[in-house]
Design a protein around this ligand. Structure first.
Ligand code: FMN
Length: 251
């Protein structure tokens, strides 16, 4: 499964089976978490059954089944860390999707006291991402929760600002925004607006309610970058609100 296919396939999975992760799959995701932690200079810790993964208490009205593995995203309480948690955490999510697992970003609807990982001074637990095997079909309750949230999907035009309309912008921008809309965002706000001015694209957050929008920003930048690359434009993002998309010279 390619990363583009993983973006298509991923959903916020709120129902899991009782079958724990295969140990080799857990090992693979654990190693990837360590690599991403080094790359992003944040802490992504994979917690399995033996280290208290099964103790994670998600809100029982929203989630069903047995959670035995989750990723904990830990770091300083600042916006750069929130953004990096989004970017690097979503890399882990897409890889887990490629391995056939269900995942869900969870920042609010869980009992924080059920996460007993030690935190260093100045660190906070930003989010958890349960990872597990999915039933062949999501139960009615979980499908209803998701459909209710996705009903508010933004239109691509609402996520674009430029001298002309989105339809007159380069096709890789349209592809990037489509991949962002398919991505997760806290309460499906999809707050990022892509501003295309004088041949430079910036990823912007026009408003902040709880600063979790920075995590959405990191996720959006990753999805955009993957789709743009698929459309023939390779680039990387500057960090931060208003960060520019730096296009690599074509060979
Ligand atoms: C940073 C972040 C935090 C989230 N927190 C929660 C949460 O606390 N509880 C929950 O059920 N879903 C949570 N979600 C999942 C979103 O509700 C979901 O991504 C959105 O509704 C879009 O649906 P989809 O991911 O199935 O496409 C969160 C997503 C993100 C990106």
């Amino acid at each position: 499964m390619t990363l583009t296919e993983a973006i298509e396939k991923r959903i916020s999975c709120r129902a899991y089976t009782d079958m724990p992760l295969d140990p080799s799959v857990f090992e693979e995701l654990s190693e990837l978490s360590e690599t991403l932690s080094r790359e992003g200079e944040i802490r992504i810790v994979l917690v399995g059954p033996a280290d208290g993964g099964a103790d994670l208490k998600l809100n029982g009205r929203m989630f069903s089944g047995t959670i035995s593995t989750y990723a904990a995203l830990i770091g300083p309480d600042d916006d750069l860390t929130r953004e990096k948690a989004g970017f690097f955490g979503e890399k882990l999510v897409l890889h887990a999707t490629q391995l056939g697992l269900g995942t869900c970003w969870v920042a609010g609807t869980f009992d924080r006291s059920s996460v007993t990982l030690p935190l260093a001074e100045g660190e906070v637990l930003h989010d958890v991402i349960p990872m597990g095997n999915m039933p062949s079909k999501q139960p009615f309750a979980q499908r209803t929760i998701r459909a209710g949230l996705r009903r508010r999907n933004k239109k691509p035009e609402a996520m674009f600002k430029g001298d002309g309309s989105l339809s007159s912008a380069p096709s890789w921008i349209r592809a990037g925004i489509d991949a962002v809309i398919k991505g997760p965002s806290a309460v499906n706000e999809q707050p990022v607006v892509f501003a295309w001015e004088q041949g430079v694209l910036h990823a912007t957050l026009p408003y902040l309610k709880r600063n979790i929008e920075y995590t959405d920003l990191g996720i959006a930048k990753l999805h955009f970058q993957i789709a743009a690359q698929e459309a023939g434009i390779s680039g990387t993002w500057e960090w931060g609100n208003q960060g520019a998309f730096l296009i690599k010279e074509q060979a």
